[in-house]
Design a protein around this ligand. Structure first.
Ligand SMILES: C[S@@+](CC[C@H](N)C(=O)[O-])C[C@H]1O[C@@H](n2cnc3c(N)ncnc32)[C@H](O)[C@@H]1O
Length: 264
């Protein structure tokens, strides 16, 4: 099988669809068509994604300016467009982006160019040990184990076992005081719109998982939420997102999910 490349506009790509739904320009007609299909089913989704991105910028600022982290390791980053982490951090912060999709990684590197202290590697977020043990990453980090990890908007790509594994690996690898910023999508897989959303992604070879908050809290132990606790995106950013009855039914009370700073 030939390697996928960024010029392959014949199949939709999750990273480019996400960029399209965020309002970006790094996407093709095929991605826009898939994105429009998803938007029709879940009209609240683009709004939820933009909220999620605004919250991510707030996370980037908080982790670096308020909490003093100098290194952020971001998993399942998607394309570094539309105000991603590196645009919101304190100067001098090292950012390691990653994604499992070779197309996204290649395109991501092209977009970043030679932005200082910002790296992009191909890695599966379900096995963070692979990224952490990569020779380039070992060289970048040296013996730095006081880091902030970010898993933002990717929980639906992870099974319960994946989340438990990630939590354990990152906890064991990092120093006390490290942080895992996590955004957890919630939704009822039996809702017809969510079921169709799952089906569209399944056709692109992506399996989506949704779970209740209480299940997630158990999976990430021994990490614990800081004093801010689990906050929905609206609570997070103080933005009034207008949700219809239908939105609420599909996305449950979290308005799409919850963000949390998990600390060691
Ligand atoms: C919803 S976007 C999240 C982007 C970004 N974290 C944000 O919050 O804006 C999902 C990204 O996760 C990537 N992804 C999905 N499964 C993955 C996996 N197992 N490992 C790494 N990346 C994955 C997709 O390729 C896509 O680029």
């Amino acid at each position: 099988m030939p390697e996928k490349t960024i010029v392959d506009a014949s199949v939709p790509n999750a990273g480019r669809i996400y960029d399209y739904l965020l309002g970006g320009h790094h996407n093709f007609e095929i991605d826009r068509r898939a994105g429009d299909q998803i938007k029709e089913l879940l009209p609240f989704l683009p709004k939820a994604m933009r909220l999620s991105r605004w919250c991510l910028q707030d996370v980037a600022r908080t982790l670096t300016e308020e909490r003093g982290f100098r290194t952020i390791i971001d998993f399942a980053s998607g394309l570094p467009t539309m105000d991603h982490i590196h645009t919101a951090v304190a100067p001098g912060t090292t950012i390691i982006y990653s994604d499992h999709d070779p197309v996204t990684v290649e395109y991501g590197r092209e977009i970043l160019g030679d932005t200082p202290n910002v790296y992009y590697f191909q890695a599966d977020c379900r096995r963070p040990e692979e990224l952490l043990n990569r020779s380039e990453v070992v060289e970048i980090l040296g013996d730095d184990r006081h880091v902030a990890f970010v898993y933002w908007g990717v929980s639906m790509y992870m099974s319960d076992e994946d989340i438990a594994h990630v939590a354990r690996v990152l906890y064991d690898w990092s120093d006390k005081g490290s942080c895992l910023a996590f955004f957890l999508g919630v939704g009822n897989p039996e809702d017809p719109a969510i079921a169709k959303h799952i089906e569209i992604y399944r056709q692109m070879g992506e399996e989506l998982h949704f779970r209740p908050l209480e299940v997630f809290k158990e999976l990430v132990k021994p990490w614990h939420a800081d004093e801010l606790g689990y906050r929905s995106m609206e609570e997070w950013h103080g933005i009034e997102a207008k949700m219809t009855e239908e939105d609420l039914k599909s996305f449950a009370a979290g308005g799409g999910g919850y963000g949390v700073y998990l600390v060691k």
